[in-house]
Design a protein. Sequence first.
Length: 165
Amino acid sequence: MSFGEAIKSVFSKYATFSGRARRSEFWYFYLFNLLVTVGLSIVTKFVPSIKYLSLIYSLGILVPNLAVSVRRLHDIGKRGLTLLWFLVPSFIIVMLLTLMVTVFTTHNSESGSSTFIILYLVFAFILLALSILFIVWMARDSQPGENQWGPNPKEMPGNETQNLD
């Protein structure tokens, strides 16, 4: 699946959480999001009046991003709800880290600085471990044959010659 085909596929299945997604579809879409986000960040530096464009893009891309992630998990034989194992703890940890930094900078006490650093590092390590596990799962090859979420998209007719995953 090429870059353009992957983007087209994800947007044509905007809110489709059923089925399977190939590695190339997921990673090309991830690359597309990264490029658009970096591009919007650069443009916003020069044209501050469009600063909300990044927020609008992020909100608009949230559903297809979740959908392709769930379909990718289906492709490796995992339930879509497995995504919650990454999203919920990651969200909680990011909120805790933000709260910790806010509290520490406003109360700037020397007595709790070592505790703050240790807790911060523990939470950051857990977040890093979750991220690495997510990347490893998303990089896995498709589960061969048909599974409960449908046929392997790599083995479908028309995909024999292009095996980019």
